[in-house]
Design a protein around this ligand. Sequence first.
Ligand SMILES: Cc1cc2nc3c(=O)[nH]c(=O)nc-3n(C[C@H](O)[C@H](O)[C@H](O)COP(=O)(O)OP(=O)(O)OC[C@H]3O[C@@H](n4cnc5c(N)ncnc54)[C@H](O)[C@@H]3O)c2cc1C
Length: 391
Amino acid sequence: MSKTYDAIIIGAGIMGCCTAHELGRRGLSVAVLEKGHIGEGPTGDSLAIIRQHYSNRLTARMAYYGVRVFREFEDRIGGDCGFHQSGFIVLSSESNRKGLESNLAIQKEIGIDTRIISSEELIDLVPGIQLRSGLIAAFEAESGYADAVLTVKAYASSAKQYRVEVFEETEVTGISFSREKVSGVQTSGGEFVAPVVVNCAGAWGARIAAMIGQDIPIDACRTQVSIFSKPDNMMSEFPVVIDFSNGSFIRPYSEESVFGGLVEATESGAVVDPDNYERRADADFLNKVLERLRETWPDLKDSVSIDGYASLYAITPDWHPIIDEVPAGSGFFICSGFSGHGFKLAPAVAQMTADMILHESDPMFDHQAFRLSRFHENDSVEGIYEYSILG
Ligand SMILES: Cc1cc2nc3c(=O)[nH]c(=O)nc-3n(C[C@H](O)[C@H](O)[C@H](O)COP(=O)(O)OP(=O)(O)OC[C@H]3O[C@@H](n4cnc5c(N)ncnc54)[C@H](O)[C@@H]3O)c2cc1C
């Protein structure tokens, strides 16, 4: 027998669970359908860095909101998200000073606590780091990183206090339409009925949309992370550092090890089958990460790669998500394609998506900038200034 809900969400990653929590809080009955297990997809692999350094007002506002939710998670959502307020540092070339300052001005206007710091202050904050000549640093005190698995499970568990049910090992295989409106889905566990279906399937988002004949520009792309040994004299807690001058980043991990990776946006060229790709990191990637980080952290000279893995980014042409009802009035909503920087935005995305579904006249965050049609209207989401980073 089919089960009936106000809304069905496809995918129990951070977007599916966060959105289900918000819709449940607003009184809707919701079924979250997940082919695997909660957070088992790319969300569970996320480094969950929570920075507010964005180069456009909307995403900076969303990140600012996210930081407040992560910092007050127990009171606002319930449970533990493993947030560490380690701080966050951007290193950039002196030639980008004007752009960096412009970004900081946007961020400050929103209320983000961010500023350019001197090399002395940088060394105080991160002993062992070396500000190479020609670089400048900006610092956000309130940012940091969370634990992605704890967070997604906390959202799913807290959502159950409302009329939200999560069905694991339940793969959506088809979507039903009746008179141009969505009416439910078929799954490996039977039929589910609802007038609203939300595609939160991330890197599988285009496959879900294809079930109703839609062609949406989301590629499943392979990305890699490195884990390497922490030198004895490196603190176990230090600010996350992104170095845009050489495209590298470092994040605390454990007493013995740290995470590292590259910020190059080359992932868009690594399109893979999301159900069949190499999960081990490449040896040359691991070497490259250490080489680049050593330019700024000479103490890493004796560090060795301990491990690494590959996962998926769901990448759109402008590296921003698609959040839209397509076709308009159909009850089929897309909330996918977060292109490697969605985790921190999830609390704001849940507000945005719930407001869109419920046709709120005064949404907290307007989804229009993320509408699907922007791609053929030549109205992609871009940073306002030349110096722009992902987002
Ligand atoms: C290695 C890595 C590091 C990252 N680091 C950061 C970071 O530091 N900061 C940050 O903000 N962001 C980061 N991100 C990005 C962020 O984690 C993602 O944007 C976010 O997790 C995407 O969540 P999602 O819910 O959209 O997708 P997913 O986590 O992919 O969830 C989609 C779910 O849909 C399910 N699904 C697919 N098809 C079906 C079907 N037919 N039926 C039922 N279920 C289905 C999948 O199994 C999956 O669980 C990182 C991502 C990766 C991979």
